[in-house]
Design a protein around this ligand. Structure first.
Ligand SMILES: [Zn+2]
Ligand SMILES: [Zn+2]
Length: 327
């Protein structure tokens, strides 16, 4: 390797280290793709969940299947996640909530109650979850496991600003998701940076307006082989989500610094080859800006620069009582 090429290779490898990245390019918002899959069972992706950390606040958007395990595998202490926003009440967006609610409390020393924002109907869902776990609620609390930490404050939201704390705001926009309505997209603003999460929805002018100018758009997408897309039982699924072509229209209108697909619903398009089909269709529809398929356990740092890095490194065995209760 020639000296200059080698020097550049070393430089690039240093910049790619997470610690070095944080030092060199401080981020105002850090987004973790915790789970990027749809309801399908695939080896590559797990249930939908996206973590946004900014200004000392930790906000989780949706709690799909395996959210607890996927937070752990993303090196996020699950007991630190107590502020949750649900885009809608389809089960693939909250199936992981019971586990995230109860296990960090009795296993990892979580002392803070949860606060959950979601569409009308969220309170009834939470009441049902508490009824399902009535045995734990009744019998598990003791002197070191306070029952108060199992409280859940529910906010059934309306369109508009649904959260404001220390310079961080979250605005909810109604979206169209057929049998998933009422459903919301969320936009997080902090320190002059912004993240827009579509949740599950199809393309509407309101969605394009709400996403406009966001630094990062995290968009759902659904696609299949031509034969599968023609099936009557598949067409309603595609109609309530974004096709790659609709996503391209959204990105062209909103012009984000980066567009990322998450909640990736694929029918007959497995693995990396299927991912490539979705990217190719988005490009063919005219979007030329920065674009990625989301993968579980990926960190996106948004500051004056915008960086994407996989979350790697050994995982701790959380197999003993916490040394002290988590704050
Ligand atoms: Zn849905
Ligand atoms: Zn969904």
């Amino acid at each position: 390797m020639r000296p200059l090429v080698r020097f550049l290779a070393i430089l690039i490898s240093l910049v790619a280290l997470p610690g070095a990245t944080q030092r060199l390019q401080p981020a105002e918002i850090v987004v973790t793709l915790v789970g990027t899959g749809g309801p399908e069972l695939t080896p590559q992706r797990s249930g939908e969940a996206t973590l946004v950390q900014t200004a000392g606040q930790t906000l989780l958007f949706d709690t799909g299947r395996n959210t607890l395990d996927n937070l752990y595998r993303s090196h996020i202490p699950p007991q630190s996640v107590t502020r949750i926003f649900l885009t809608h009440l389809h089960s693939d967006h909250f199936a992981g909530l019971p586990d995230l609610w109860i296990t960090p409390w009795f296993l990892l020393g979580r002392t803070q109650p949860l606060e959950v924002s979601g569409p009308p109907g969220t309170q009834a869902m939470i009441d049902g979850m508490r009824a399902m776990l009535a045995h734990d609620l009744e019998h598990r609390p003791n002197a070191t496991l306070p029952r108060a930490a199992l409280d859940i404050t529910v906010h059934e939201i309306q369109p508009g600003q649904v959260y404001q704390q220390a310079g961080v705001t979250v605005v909810a926009t109604p979206v169209e998701h057929a049998d998933g309505d009422p459903a919301f997209a969320y936009r997080v603003e902090s320190a002059g940076r912004s993240v827009f999460l579509t949740g599950d929805c199809t393309l509407t002018p309101a969605l394009m307006a709400a996403a406009s100018g966001a630094d990062l758009i995290i968009a759902n997408v659904a696609a299949g082989t031509p034969a599968l897309e023609a099936l009557p039982r598949i067409q309603p699924i595609l109609a309530k989500l974004l096709t790659p072509e609709q996503a391209a229209q959204l990105f062209i209108a909103a012009m984000p610094r980066l567009a990322v697909f998450s909640h990736i619903v694929k029918k007959g398009l497995p693995g990396a080859a299927g991912d490539a089909v979705i990217l190719a269709r988005t490009r063919a529809a005219g979007y030329r800006g920065p674009l990625r398929m989301g993968h579980d356990h990926t960190r996106i740092l948004i500051g004056s620069t915008l960086r994407v890095e996989p979350i790697t490194g050994p995982l701790a065995d959380l197999d003993r009582p916490a040394a002290k209760p988590a704050p």
